[in-house]
Design a protein around this ligand. Structure first.
Ligand code: HEM
Length: 531
């Protein structure tokens, strides 16, 4: 009996041990598999990284800041950072490789010959890289700026007619009106004489006002009284710029826990609600009236972007969805306001630094408008201000509103000297670097509008000057922007003189667009009307 009990106990103990051993091995096996897979992945990653690093060795590298961070933090988004870029470009005339930490190489390209194969490659071979634009996604969705592949191609074809000259022509009245509103404010501010004004603040509001009218036919009167929608766009632009420079906030889960993340969500909601509302109401009107009656109702009125996008059709005759139209409208509002405001603020700054050129522009515009009853700039006037246009271009060379665009090569890209950019790498097409490259533009820091006279321009590579980028993904709004900038600049110089405010140092600040730290302040002095 005793013997039997012992046997049972022994068996039980044995079974328990066996059970434990089996349980451990059942758990251990998948763990080992996972570990093995991770090891394989790490090995594959190291191998790829090694091969990629070897292939990238043909590109020169500036000295590392330290062995771990390598070049990270070497080019900061401030005045010193831009000075550093100029030094790098003066040393490496075509391209240079920088490592943002041990594993992320970024090839900066600063010469037209090197830029050509990347910028003109098909949008599939050199798509946009998300690293620099990712934070805009919750706001702009799959609009033209952020989409890639087939969707981008279809939308680009459908949206191109929206920027046809016939359409842009009808926006001239809006550009004149919005400028007049801004100047009305300046007149009030300068009743007692010249005052110092932050160009960015005033001009950004004015470009937003214009865009809201061109995109939605909506007059929020935002230049004179606060508008929730416009405040939300300004908030979103500044939050995205801040987030770019705060590495911890790059993690979505952390960012949206913080106050800034919540502010971002709230501002996105305001913007999306406004856009969706306009699109929906317009869609209802179109379906209630029918295409023909709806078009008839628009006769004699300005067709805004929403109207044009509602009618846009692809090759199969399919229309854009409401969501697609909203994303494109939000993209135009974002991409069109700060860029144009930056271009305008910097040209006024450059003309304030060069009063002789400012006078020459003013004379050109006075001659153009001489004897006219209305002080309006007409569509036909735009080609009639060659010197003013040269000054604008030279300003966008020296202070490009967008300083760089990024691409990720999905195939090896061959450069003219035989070097290869290996597939998978990020290329930063440095617009600022190219515009400041002494090999491309002698004495690059000198503001000289004559670089853009007809003869000199013909001798330059078309990629030496590319404020609007180049190739298939260039700026779709460049003619819109040039027309608006010419109207605003011409009317401003006609009515005001701008001078440097020596008490406030101007320090450049490359964010999503090129700004000035603490604003760009100029003295604005009203001019007597010329009869
Ligand atoms: C001075 C003013 C402007 C400058 C300097 C400028 C510059 C640029 C640049 C450099 C790009 C290329 C971005 C990239 O490749 O990552 C771009 C793209 C774009 N721009 Fe502009 N822009 C200006 C005004 C405008 C305006 C007024 C609009 C619309 C109303 C606009 C709409 C767009 C859109 C939708 C894209 C994306 C195009 C695509 O990827 O197919 N831009 N812009």
């Amino acid at each position: 009996m005793l013997h039997l009990t012992d046997w049972i106990l022994e068996t039980l103990v044995l079974d328990k041990t066996l059970f434990r051993t089996t349980a451990v091995s059942v758990l251990l096996f998948p763990l080992l598999v996972v570990l093995f897979r991770l090891l394989l992945k790490a090995f594959a990653f190291c191998r790829c990284h090694y091969i990629n690093s070897q292939r990238l060795r043909c590109f020169p590298e500036p000295p590392h800041a330290n062995w771990l961070l390598r070049h990270a933090g070497m080019v900061l988004p401030n005045e010193e950072g831009l000075t550093e870029v100029c030094k790098l470009v003066a040393t490496f005339h075509q391209a240079f490789l920088m490592w943002l930490g041990p594993f992320l190489p970024v090839l900066s390209v600063v010469h037209p010959d090197y830029i050509k194969p990347i910028a003109t490659a098909s949008a599939d071979i050199a798509p946009k890289d998300e690293l620099f634009y990712g934070f805009l996604k919750p706001w702009l969705g799959d609009g033209l700026l952020l989409s890639n592949g087939k969707k981008w191609g279809r939308h680009r074809r459908m949206l191109t007619p929206a920027f046809h000259f016939d359409i842009l022509k009808s926006y001239m009245k809006i550009f004149n009106q919005s400028t007049n509103t801004m100047h009305g404010k300046w007149r009030k501010l300068t009743t007692a004489g010249a005052v110092s004004i932050d160009m960015f603040e005033h001009i950004s509001l004015m470009t937003l006002d214009s865009l809201q009218k061109c995109v939605f036919s909506y007059d929020s009167n935002c230049q004179e009284r606060p508008s929730d929608y416009i405040a939300a766009i300004l908030k979103l632009s500044s939050l995205v710029s801040q987030r770019n420079h705060q590495p911890l906030n790059h993690f979505d889960w952390l960012y949206y826990l913080k106050a800034d993340g919540r502010r971002f969500r709230h501002a996105c909601d305001i913007v999306h609600r406004f856009t969706a509302d306009v699109v929906q109401k317009r869609r209802v009107a179109l379906s209630q009236l029918g295409q023909d009656a709806w078009l008839l109702s628009k006769k004699g009125k300005t067709m805004d972007f929403i109207d044009i996008l509602l009618q846009a059709k692809d090759e199969k005759g399919d229309h854009l969805s409401d969501g697609d139209i909203a994303a494109e409208a939000d993209t135009f509002m974002f991409e069109g306001h700060d860029t144009t405001a930056s271009g305008l603020s910097w040209v006024l700054y450059n003309l304030a630094r060069h009063p002789d050129y400012q006078d020459q522009c003013r004379k050109e515009i006075q001659d153009l408008l001489q004897g006219r009853e209305m002080e309006d700039i007409e569509w036909e006037d735009l080609p009639q201000m060659p010197f003013t246009t040269m000054c604008m271009k030279e300003s966008m060379r020296l202070h490009p509103p967008v300083t760089a665009v990024s691409r990720r090569c999905t195939q090896d890209v061959k450069l003219p000297d035989g070097k290869i950019i290996p597939k998978g790498n990020i290329c930063l097409i440095s617009i600022f670097g190219t515009h400041h490259n002494p090999d491309v533009w002698p004495e690059p820091e000198v503001y000289n509008p004559y670089r853009f006279d007809t003869e000199a321009s013909q001798q330059q590579s078309p990629l030496a000057f590319m404020p609007f980028s180049a190739g298939p993904r260039n700026c779709i709004g460049q003619n819109f922007a040039m027309a608006e900038m010419k109207v605003v600049l011409a009317l401003t110089l006609l009515r005001f003189r701008v001078k440097l405010d020596e008490s406030r140092a101007v320090r450049r600040k490359p964010e999503l667009i090129l700004r000035a730290e603490n604003g760009l302040w100029l003295w604005v002095e009203p001019l007597p009307a010329v009869s």
